[in-house]
Write a protein that binds this ligand. Structure first.
Ligand SMILES: [Fe+2]
Ligand SMILES: [Fe+2]
Length: 217
């Protein structure tokens, strides 16, 4: 059983709105073979990942750069898979208002992505995804150089996300399995925003992701 604690929760309290979460991918993956699951997942990321993550890279480019960071650090298949899928919550959610502008509201994409993937991947994949937002609070609290390296926008969102962790929050965070993987993921996430970088394509991760799927006999 996953050891959840308040330290995984930021100060954001946006309720999950299930009607905004796209069920089509889960429907395709449920009951499918391992190969079919990965095919559905990659088709989905390829199609929905064309939207922009920020002003310089698309969601797909961000995912590929993050996975590449993990791979270059000699990471395990579960760490690489976490890196590749960490922002899938953004793809699953309709984060636009009626005028097609991004919502100001925070939709808890990390919780949504981790929960959505939980029937298909183990906690070694989903927990770092769930923790990659609070991991920023942890790193800002424990590493001044990490905080100093953030952009002004990221420093501002850090304050909105709850600011520095208390000692109690920090200690609770350190009790969560895979919290170290979440810290690594967060650092790769921060580096995965480079415009025009040539990257291995999604296909390069097919075997790695397939190997991480929960095996259902
Ligand atoms: Fe994210
Ligand atoms: Fe990200």
């Amino acid at each position: 059983m996953q050891n959840r604690s308040d330290a995984t929760q930021s100060s954001r309290h946006t309720p999950l709105c299930r009607s905004l979460i796209d069920a089509t991918l889960a429907n395709q993956m449920s009951g499918a073979t391992a190969q079919e699951k990965v095919a559905a997942l990659f088709n989905y990321i390829e199609r929905r990942g064309q939207s922009f993550y920020d002003e310089v890279v698309t969601q797909l480019e961000h995912a590929l750069q993050c996975a590449n960071q993990a791979q270059r650090h000699g990471s395990s298949p579960t760490q690489i898979t976490s890196a590749l899928l960490h922002d899938i919550g953004h793809l699953l959610l309709d984060e636009h208002n009626a005028d097609a502008d991004f919502l100001d509201e925070d939709m808890n994409h990390e919780e949504i992505g981790a929960t959505y993937l939980a029937p298909f991947f183990p906690e070694s994949v989903t927990t770092p995804i769930r923790l990659h937002v609070p991991a920023k609070r942890y790193l800002c609290t424990t590493d001044a150089s990490y905080y100093d390296g953030l952009s002004d926008a990221s420093k501002k969102s850090f304050r909105l996300q709850g600011g520095a962790m208390s000692d109690t929050e920090r200690e609770a965070f350190e009790q969560i399995p895979y919290f170290q993987d979440a810290l690594l993921l967060r650092r790769w996430d921060d580096l995965a925003k480079v415009k025009g970088l040539e990257m291995p394509r999604l296909d390069a991760y097919r075997d790695i992701v397939q190997a991480c799927l929960i095996h259902i006999p």
